[in-house]
Design a protein around this ligand. Structure first.
Ligand code: ADP
Ligand code: MG
Length: 249
């Protein structure tokens, strides 16, 4: 719990405690997450690093309610996801959580603005209002050029900005980004990470970013490392404070 500007206590945007996630059973069982605890407050940017297959994507899927854990607790904005039925979970995913994936997942037959408006329209918002909010979200991520272009007519960087606009539209508070720059050149990738970091500040939302690039992780407030499904350490990006602390212990 933390106090907001008005002095009221608020729940963390994401609170995971002792989460276990397994796939399969018996001899083929994979323990993708073991006793994972992670709290992310509004306004915080946490980077998740770790080798391939260590459980990073599973961590995001469980955090965002795409997968249910076998044990432990996941709360988004103070709501325990275990208390939600399938419909409640679907609503929570649409309204509160924004996902940005490595593959951009834009619908090729919809224009940029239609792609961003889609989650709002799926949630029952009228067409005009959804379009207006989509334009506003696109403005926030600085997509220039005609918004009525189709994804195939946009550059990779523009497509990723559209995907980010879709993730933040409707004021979603928890952004989950899984290697969102994998398909981009390095200059464009830097711009996308800077944009995400700026959005966290401006909108006071929470961001969990999976990345294998230390350069991108250095933008984060905290870095969490996953190894064999466990969170192994938590460092501040600079690491200097920790080294001094360790040396004086
Ligand atoms: P990362 O994103 O760090 O590469 P993942 O979270 O994708 O790792 O996977 C963690 C482990 O869980 C891996 O061993 C992977 O094979 C396994 N896994 C992930 N998703 C599934 C699934 N749907 N079915 C079976 N095993 C899975
Ligand atoms: Mg992954």
């Amino acid at each position: 719990m933390t106090e907001d500007e008005t002095g009221a206590t608020t729940s963390p945007t994401l609170a995971m405690s002792d989460v276990v996630k397994r796939f399969g059973s018996g001899a083929t069982e994979v323990r993708a997450l073991t006793d994972v605890s992670l709290t992310v407050e509004a306004g915080e940017f946490v980077a998740v690093m770790g080798p391939s297959g260590s459980g990073k994507s599973t961590l995001l899927h469980v955090a965002g309610g795409l997968e249910r854990p076998e044990a432990g607790r996941v709360q988004v904005q103070g709501i325990d996801l275990a208390d939600l039925d399938a419909a409640g979970l679907a609503t929570m995913r649409r309204r509160d959580v924004g996902y940005v994936f490595q593959r951009l997942n834009l619908v090729p037959t919809l224009t940029a603005v239609e792609n961003v408006a889609l989650p709002l329209e799926l949630d029952g918002m009228g067409h005009r209002r959804a379009r207006r909010e989509a334009m506003e979200a696109l403005g926030r991520v600085a997509v220039d050029g005609p918004l009525d272009r189709y994804p195939d007519d946009l550059s990779g960087g523009q497509q990723q900005r559209v995907a980010i606009a879709r993730a933040i539209v409707g004021d979603r508070r928890l952004l989950l980004a899984d290697e969102p720059t994998g398909a981009l050149d390095s200059v464009t990738a830097d711009a996308v990470i800077e944009l995400l970091a700026t959005l966290v500040q401006e909108r006071h939302c929470a961001l969990v970013l999976v990345t294998h690039e230390p350069r991108f992780a250095s933008w984060a407030d905290r870095i969490v490392r996953v190894r064999d499904g466990r969170l192994t350490e938590e460092t501040r990006p600079s690491g200097i404070g920790d080294e001094i602390e360790a040396a004086t212990r």
